[in-house]
Design a protein around this ligand. Sequence first.
Ligand SMILES: NC(=[NH2+])NCCC[C@H](N)C(=O)O
Length: 411
Amino acid sequence: MDETTRVWGADSEVGRLRSVLLHRPGAELKRLTPRNNDALLFDGIPWVGRAQDEHDVFAQTLRDQGVRVLYLRDLLVETLASEVARRECIDVVLTDPRLGDTLRGRLRVYLEGLHPEDLAHVLIAGLAHEEFTSGRGLGYVLMERSEFVIDPLPNLLFTRDSSVWVGDRVAVSSLAMHARRRETSLTEAVYAHHPRFAGVGRIYSPDLERLEGGDVLLLAPGVVAVGTGERTTPAGVERLARHVLGAGLAHTVLAVPVAQDRATMHLDTVCTMVDTGAVVMYPKVAHELRAIGLTLEDDELLVGEPGAFLEVAAEAMGIDRLRTIDTGLDPVTAEREQWDDGNNTLAVAPRLAVAYERNVETNARLEEAGIEVLRIPGSELGTGRGGPRCMSCPLERDFLGDEWKKSCYGK
Ligand SMILES: NC(=[NH2+])NCCC[C@H](N)C(=O)O
């Protein structure tokens, strides 16, 4: 398809995937140490070379299915050819109040002198105290050697969280955790200034209430579920609902409260779609999870009565039942495989999903249920607590539109 006729976006989680935004992990992962990994939201210290190999397998698996893989880093380098984009990305770094004016001034001169390739590297991998030899000022002198003048972004790998498409519009999200806040200045720059995305409509921006893409699930054309818990706030759900409903991109938004735990940081840690009317879901929460329908009437956001997620979702989708496939086999296996992102699958098409190979029982269950599983390794990638869905932002999926119901029932 030529660039001018391209229709970006998605109206489901399962329409045939045409292009996807990934970030191949790099030098930013080398910044992780046992002292900073918790603050940087990693549960271990990944072997970086192996994590890259695993990620390459992921990307190749998608390409083998005819999916075009775009890398965030490449787009960022191209974006940074624009003076405005450069200034915006640099300004965000310089707002860090830890710096102090002297160090800030030095840093500005340094960053402004960098070629786009090197600037992208520093924006992603950060800048260690010892690497910035031209640093001056009290902020610099009293900084611990192990600190960063610019913090690295090891979670950039999880491209699902910093932007999400609803219909043909993109939401650049508002990340909740300090370690991730700056990620969206890079995604924002790409969507705003890369010629590839010229003219694309927006429905969210990073200055709004907290909202992370991992919480946003396109259940069906017209129905969007949004988790609210550790990351996305109820106010974030409300704001997105207003924008999505107001723009006619959906008729119902479901707010889905999830426990405020690391294991369930996003809705996609317990539930992802693998077919038009089916989800893989952590059984422990499947029947506890509640949902509240939000609709818009005369510009007023109406909040429905809370009900069981599976029922409220099926009703909003207009189907009798949302099919569930359980994580694991017994409760202990289910808990282990939920933790290891067994629920976090990426559908390439209806009944075809990428999953971590390590979740043996969950994958077997998916296959029993008629879902073809494309297995990828994730021993190192998994240390960041994210699976194939978290590591991908679908840019183009075939829109299912009215065909959706037919494919849901026509099996
Ligand atoms: N959509 C997701 N589940 N993303 C997982 C993100 C993991 C990342 N380490 C974080 O804590 O933010």
